[in-house]
Each structure stands twice: as structure tokens, then as C-alpha cells.
Design a protein. Sequence first.
Length: 290
Amino acid sequence: MKKVIFMMICWVIYTAAFGQDAKQLQEEGIEKAEAGELDEAMVLFSRSIELEPDDHYAWFNRGITQNMLGLNRGALLDFEQTIKLAPYYAKGYLNRGTTKKRLTDYEGAISDYSYAITLEPEYADAFYNRGLVLEMLSKNDSACLDFTRALELGLEGAQRKVDNCNDTTKSDQVVHPILRLTESADNRKYGYTADLPIKAGLGPDGGPANQRAYLNLLRDAQGRSIAYNRLGSCCAYASDNALFGMALLDKYEITYLDKKGKEKKAILYISMYDYEAPLIVSGFSTVGQK
């Protein structure tokens, strides 16, 4: 009887400490993540992992949340543990591939997407995401095959890519895929003023794709991805690559964390008409830098 009472007391202490079981914690974590309360979601998924370390879903969900927070290296570790626990879970490879892409390991991303397709031959998202990386690497024929297959499998979002692949009237303008940032700007005004804009040029997806590629590669003082929002266009300047010889810059508001973890905002000016190897703006780093 004493042993039973002792076990009951231990269970009360255990449940008081953790509050819910692992599944409940995950469900609450998902709700928090969907509500945008990502830090709270991270805590809940981590507690779920403590209770059930062999549950690959908990690692997977925490990896998704880390990616949403811009903590890509942490996410990579979570997805690797997901795959270790569930080697036939195609979504684990898909999301590890996307994380590798964010960390500029493009060949690794392609490998993971390809393995996800091996596991699930009709995995439309894997075809589409592999196509995106192939497109970035200027392997356009292979990319178009993947976009077409994704559309055939029911991914309606691939339609625009397929239309672009079939467009025989595309411009002859040279594209410059931005895969990595390697050098920092010497001038502290670079990118922060209309007089010294970031010249991102056109990417393989046209339009503002290279602007997004550049911004996605920036990291703040906490090593996190930045958030950004296009505010509009401004500041006409002469350009041989623009209609009637006059181009506009695009203004982006970026949100980031400083060294103290305080949220800050800034405005960056970027051109999609002209290209000069983009530099890292003052106060920021890029993937792989500290």
C-alpha cells in the first residue's frame, strides 16, 4: 500500500511539473505556432521532447518552428533527429532540404528533395521545391520538368512556373542568381540610401526575385533571418536596362534583432534593373557568418 501511495505521489509531482502529457504539449505548441507565438511554441515542443524523446513528430514540429524563427541551424539538427527516428518520413527530408537551401547547401537540398521523391514518388511539394533550387542553379530544363510534374500531381501553385517555362517571348536580359553573399560593404550608407542602392538585378524567376533572395541571405546580430516588407518604389534614376531609360528603386522595411535582442527596423533600397555583386549591408552578416 505504501508503495502505491508513493507512486501516486510521484505521479502528482510529475504531472504538476509538466502539466500535460507529450501529445497535449505538442497540440498546444501547434496552436501557439499557428497563432504566431513562436517562442512559446518552442518551449512546448521542447517539453514534449523531454517527455517523449523518441517521438519524431515533436522534433519535426520544433524544427518547423525554428525555421519560422530564422534559427535554421537549430532546425537542421531537429530535422536530422526526425529522420534518424523516422527514416521513411518523407516530410522530414523535404523540410531538411528546405533548411539546407536556406543555409546555401543547394546540392544537399536537391539530394534531400530527391530522396523524399524516392520515398513518395507522387510527392508534388518535393518536385516543386527541387525545381526551385534547380532554377536557382540555372538548370532550367531540369527545373521545368520538376515544375511540370508538380502541376501534374495537383500542385496548382506550380502553374505560374510551368507557364514561364513555356513562354517563348521571354526577355533576353541576363539574369544573375544570388546564391550567396561573400563580402561586406565598406561604406556604412550602402543599401541604406537611394544614392548607394543594392543592385540585385534580375534572378531566374524575374521581377523582385533577386531582392527576396538577397534579403533571405541576411542575418541579424542574433544570427536570425530578418523579416521584410516591400513599402513601394521611389527614387527614379537613369538605367539602360529600364523602359525609357529610367528605373525605380524598391524600398523594403526590414525588422531584426540587435545585439541586445531588441527589435529594430530599417529601410533598404534595392534595384532589380541593374546588377553589381551585392554586398552585406553594415550591421548584418550572412549565412555561415558570426
